[in-house]
Ligand binder design. Structure first.
Ligand SMILES: C[S@@+](CC[C@H](N)C(=O)[O-])C[C@H]1O[C@@H](n2cnc3c(N)ncnc32)[C@H](O)[C@@H]1O
Length: 232
């Protein structure tokens, strides 16, 4: 488990190679994934009876036990899917497939809740992803998009993971809240909620376990997750 990192000296990888290599250890939660999960849970309606899409689902860890009537995960990385939900027996109500959030292999208007979690920063342009989320959203659906916070990037933090003795950084494109809201509006989505999560006591254990408690004081209060919710 790693706290957020300023990651100097890391090797920079593109998303495809980065997640191929991160896949075996991706299940380990980080300070950021922990905060992200809390904030998205608070913005997500009860899923019972609803059709959920997780666009850029990674290992599919957020689909497991989510309670949706149908939970579909799409991710560009077969390695991530294979390391997660794809590894065991098929799970009732969960379907995963390889695909791109900018060209979803899914029908129009087919989901009631759509997540796109910690993905949009891997795209040079966020508009195509917003157009696809809007297309796949049923009328009145909720679309929730989270990402690494622009303030964290500006403060020098990077998206990184450890592989053996090496630390790798995955390429990231900053999309401000304003730029995302404009892209979403252009796709026909209306903003209904905007939240951020900052480093605080809840994630101190990640710093302790990483043997870097002194970093906690330096990072405390820094927003590291931005989440936006839209109505389809
Ligand atoms: C930080 S992980 C987040 C995974 C998952 N949403 C979660 O919160 O655990 C980012 C994921 O985005 C996926 N990804 C990156 N670019 C993508 C694209 N264009 N289309 C689909 N998935 C993509 C990566 O393969 C990776 O699994």
């Amino acid at each position: 488990m790693r706290p957020t990192s300023d990651c100097t000296g890391a090797h920079l990888l593109d998303a495809r190679e980065g997640y191929r290599r991160w896949a075996p250890s991706y299940a380990d939660e980080t300070a950021i994934s922990c905060l992200e999960d809390g904030i998205v849970a608070a913005m997500t309606p009860p899923l019972a009876g609803l059709r959920l899409l997780d666009a850029g689902c990674g290992t599919g860890r957020r689909l497991q036990g989510c309670g949706a009537a149908l939970a579909v995960g799409v991710d560009a990385s077969a390695a991530m899917l294979d390391a997660g939900v794809g590894r065991g027996e098929p799970q009732p109500g969960i379907v995963t497939m390889v695909g791109d959030v900018r060209a979803l292999p899914l029908e129009n208007e087919s989901f009631d809740v759509l997540w796109c979690r910690l993905v949009i920063g891997h795209l040079p342009d966020c508009a195509p992803a917003y157009r696809e989320l809007a297309r796949a959203a049923a009328p009145g659906a909720r679309v929730i998009v989270s990402d690494f916070h622009p303030d964290a990037y500006a403060a020098g933090h990077r998206r990184s993971f450890r592989e053996g003795e090496s630390v790798h950084e995955i390429e990231h494109y900053v999309h401000t809240s304003e730029a995302q809201i404009a892209a979403a509006r252009g796709a026909g989505l209306a903003l209904i909620d905007e939240r951020e999560a900052a480093i605080g006591e809840a994630v101190f254990p990640f710093y302790q376990r990483a043997g870097r408690p002194e970093l906690f004081a330096a990072h405390r209060g820094l927003p590291v997750v931005l989440a936006l919710a839209f109505r389809g």
